[in-house]
Design a protein around this ligand. Structure first.
Ligand SMILES: O=C(O)[C@H](O)COP(=O)(O)O
Length: 345
């Protein structure tokens, strides 16, 4: 198999460079149709909306519309031979949301926003704990923000997953980055989970509050003013983003990039931030701008949703690390867990 085909199969965002002897391309308006012998039956890609691909054999049918590309897979179990843990023509998919563990600036009570601060030791432990709670839930794709605290959380959580797939960050920032991060073993690829990092999932930009102490800011400007900056829906902090502004980019990204994966039966984990996740939960739970202001998210506590028939069903947020009673499993999740038990015993 050529390196280029493998690169494509690995799922890096599609290169503008056309494949030579590995396949043929046809342009249909803004849709590019690519036929690749023995690999994808049919690979339809929007030339402007570059959608992510991962794995190859399991891509049975690929559907394209003017706004999105979705994939229906043929994998069905967590066996070693499957590229994905999703079900064939699955009509349900798991969505895990997790706010990053405690960061060094959470610990110091500083406004952090888009400043790229790592986790504390406690944050590392929280991320590992989060991983234990979701260790029996299938994960086919991971999305994180561009910030290290979310990425650390996702990676540390996955060290606990019983399926033992390896999360691998996709580097699509340049052609060279794509080329230099190729994987040349199909088996290795099957045991990997693509991790897509996106600035749109970043924490809200806290403007001129970034780096200030929250308590000192309240002492200086008044508790009420700071509460308005932190929890109002549409009032931004000085030169920063309001929750509404944060929601515009985070929810747009969720709808454009993540929802199509869920529609195709992929199980997705998102590791992000207090405010980008509040925005996404507002969309999932159809909260009003009044309701979202009282929504608070703890660090490192994963929340589970099931996506089914176009709807998001909240399945719980575990109070403790013990699995029993943590999540209201669906039948499909219970079957997945049973297969893991069989595989690992
Ligand atoms: O950016 C920050 O300071 C925190 O991650 C979120 O802060 P908040 O609770 O003040 O919105």
């Amino acid at each position: 198999m050529s390196a280029q085909v493998f690169h494509q199969a690995m799922g890096t965002l599609q290169s503008n460079r056309l494949l030579n002897n590995s396949g043929t391309h046809h342009e249909l308006g803004n849709i590019r149709v690519q036929l690749i012998p023995k690999c994808f039956k049919l690979n339809i890609e929007l030339s402007r909306n570059r959608n992510f691909r991962f794995g190859k054999k399991n891509f049975g049918i690929i559907q394209a519309t003017a706004s999105q590309t979705s994939v229906i897979e043929s994998a069905s179990s967590p066996s070693n031979h499957d590229t994905s843990d999703s079900k064939k023509k699955s009509n349900e998919a798991a969505l895990i949301l997790v706010r990053h563990g405690e960061s060094l600036w959470n610990e110091k009570n500083l406004f952090t926003g888009c400043v790229d601060v790592p986790l504390t030791k406690k944050g590392v432990e929280e991320a590992i704990e989060a991983g234990k709670r979701i260790s029996n839930i299938p994960v086919d794709m991971i999305y994180t923000s561009a910030l290290i605290r979310a990425q650390m959380t996702a990676m540390l959580a996955m060290t606990q997953h019983r399926r033992r797939k390896v999360p691998i960050i996709m580097h699509n920032e340049s052609e060279q980055a794509r080329t230099w991060s190729q994987i040349f073993s199909e088996d290795t690829m099957k045991q990997s989970i693509p991790v897509v990092t996106a600035w749109q999932l970043n924490e809200r930009m806290y403007g001129e509050l970034q780096g200030l102490n929250k308590q000192e800011t309240a002492d200086r400007y008044g508790k009420e003013q700071v509460h308005v900056w932190r929890r109002s829906y549409d009032i931004p902090p000085p030169n920063g983003e309001s929750l509404e502004m944060c929601a515009q980019r985070a929810v747009a990204y969720f709808k454009d990039q993540i929802e199509p994966q869920l529609q195709s039966g992929k199980n997705v984990m998102i590791a992000a931030h207090g405010n980008s996740l509040r925005s996404i939960i507002m969309y999932l739970d159809k909260l009003t701008s009044q309701e979202v202001i009282s929504l608070e998210l703890s660090t490192g506590i994963p929340m589970l949703y099931i996506f089914k028939e176009g709807k998001f069903i909240r399945r719980g947020s575990p109070a403790g690390p013990a699995e029993a009673g943590v999540y209201a499993y669906t039948r499909r999740l219970a079957q997945y867990r049973q297969k893991l038990d069989e595989m690992l015993h």
